[in-house]
Design a protein around this ligand. Structure first.
Ligand code: ATP
Ligand code: MN
Length: 480
């Protein structure tokens, strides 16, 4: 058996009493031919391994370089140094893998996030990314725990889909046809997808919602948590071409029930991370504070990361209708002084992210739930309100991020849904299975989608979405 190691996280909780342990990890720094800072990924804290002078041959010492991997057996003793309680007094040291310090791309100094994005295969070995990805793990786990405890069923919706009712134009095609011009054609010269692998045109999913509704109308409450794909050519700090979405879908819920669930859910997973990743969040809080010191005063956040998270879990989200939001925006000094790039033209306009951020960051200074949007700017499946103008949609907007959740009560009335689809040019033959849920025992139901990376951004304070997913896919970039 090779692996008899103790993880550094666990070891650092022990009292130093001369006990013998074995650790394995990667060298972060090696000082004075004596002190190795060893990290094994279990925690941001490094273990100080002490090599007594004269006890180890130069041939070994010269191989202890940044990112070399080691197995060390030694005695756990009280540390004489500052900043750590224990040291590991090395007895045997094995080099598991050498690392040529000249060629290793990450120097033991601060690198920019942009630089590290190009070294995404190694960036987990930095303190910042290690913290981000441990928090991401905790948040994923919390998602499952939250829904499981509530009795929701985890439904795996398909990644390859034939329905393109939702995001036409923003989808990645899936095909096994050749692109060399030999693909079969129809009589009028178009590519004949009847000859394609699935006998029809298919894409990567942009959302599991429609299939989620099929689950909700049998199990009552389901959630999905899987990858989604959007070929939107928007190079922003909040958009990825491949991202993970959590989509709960619930029978017997109206819009208010939906908002209550979303708010409870967000509070739960943030609290979970604060409880289980206290060290990492402390580190990220400090990182953000240092980063913000470089910014001009008016660009800095009013709250630190931990303060912000505490604030969000301790305060109710502000809820207001789209109509009320338009009024606030129209009357705002920002609008009157023409500080918005996109003017507030009036009721019916789609809100731009600068408007959403104004509401959240300047006006309310907390997360906001906007609901009852104009029907014309929302999807076909959202439930029509009695006013004939709006639908029971809701978006949750978070400080620094903008939209983090989009959801709605779904249109459960067959006729209303059919009329809406006809008006939007969506063929019934394509979604016959979806309409069947409205034909056979239809029920009021609702659901939402939370973009997981945006949530991870919010909790870690990372300003670019590319830094909270392991291997980001964005326009022009799919390395690693
Ligand atoms: P946005 O206006 O920000 O592009 P959207 O209206 O397209 O968002 P929805 O279709 O409602 O978003 O998707 C649900 C959630 O998925 C959003 O609230 C957001 O958190 C997340 N999301 C949407 N598009 C992306 C993307 N390209 N990358 C990462 N997350 C996304
Ligand atoms: Mn979008």
């Amino acid at each position: 058996m090779f692996n008899n190691r103790i993880k550094i996280k666990e070891l650092l909780q022990q009292e130093p009493a001369g006990q013998e342990v074995t650790v394995m990890g990667w060298v972060r720094t090696f000082r004075n031919n004596q002190f190795v800072a060893l990290n094994d990924g279990s925690t941001n804290q490094h273990l100080q391994v002490v090599l007594a002078l004269g006890q180890f041959p130069e041939s070994l010492l010269s191989r202890i370089t940044t990112s070399a991997s080691l197995r060390v057996t030694g005695k756990v003793v009280a540390s004489l140094g500052k900043g750590q309680k224990i040291d590991l007094q090395a007895v045997t040291v094995d080099i598991l893998g050498d690392s040529d310090a000249e060629k290793y791309p990450l120097q033991p100094k601060k690198h920019s996030l942009e630089f590290l994005r190009e070294k995404a295969h190694l960036r987990f070995r930095t303190n910042t990314f290690a913290a981000v990805f441990r928090v991401r793990h905790a948040l994923s786990f919390a998602v499952h725990q939250f829904f499981h405890q509530k009795g929701f069923l985890y439904l795996h919706t398909p990644i390859i889909t034939a329905s393109d009712a939702e995001g036409a134009g923003e989808m990645f095609r899936v095909t096994s046809l050749q692109l060399d011009g030999t693909a079969p054609r129809t009589e009028d010269g178009q590519i004949n997808f009847k000859e394609d692998f699935f006998g029809r045109s298919t894409h990567l999913t942009v959302s599991g919602q429609l299939e989620g509704e099929l689950g909700a109308t049998a199990f009552g409450e389901i959630y999905t948590f899987g990858p989604t794909f959007r070929a939107e050519n928007s190079n922003t700090a909040r958009h990825l071409a491949e991202f993970w979405m959590i989509e709960p879908e619930m029978a017997f819920y109206d819009l208010e029930d939906n908002m209550n669930l979303a708010e409870e859910f967000i509070g739960y997973i943030i609290r979970y991370a604060m409880e289980h990743c206290a060290d990492d969040l402390q580190f990220l809080d400090q990182r953000l504070a240092d980063e913000e010191k470089q910014l001009p005063q008016d660009k800095r956040s009013e709250l630190g990361l931990l303060e912000k998270l505490r604030f969000v879990t301790e305060n109710k989200f502000e809820r207001l209708t789209y109509t009320e939001a338009i009024d606030i925006l129209r009357e705002s000094n920002y609008n009157k002084k023409k500080k918005f790039q996109y003017e507030i033209t009036g009721w019916g306009m789609d809100l731009q992210s600068e408007h959403e951020r104004y509401l959240v960051e300047k006006h309310f200074k907390k997360p906001v739930i906007l609901y009852n949007y104009p029907a014309a700017i929302k999807a076909f499946y959202m439930r029509q309100n009695d006013d004939g103008k709006t639908v029971a949609a809701m978006d949750i907007l978070a400080p620094g991020i903008g939209e983090i959740v989009g959801g709605s009560q779904r249109e459960e009335r067959l006729e209303n849904l059919q009329q809406k689809m006809a008006a939007m040019g969506i063929g019934e033959e394509e979604l016959w299975w979806y309409l069947d849920t409205r034909r056979f025992g239809t029920v009021p139901h609702a659901g939402f989608g939370l973009g997981f990376e945006r949530m991870v951004q919010f909790v870690t304070g990372m300003s670019n979405i590319r830094d909270v997913i392991a291997f980001p896919r964005t326009p022009g970039s799919a390395e690693f």
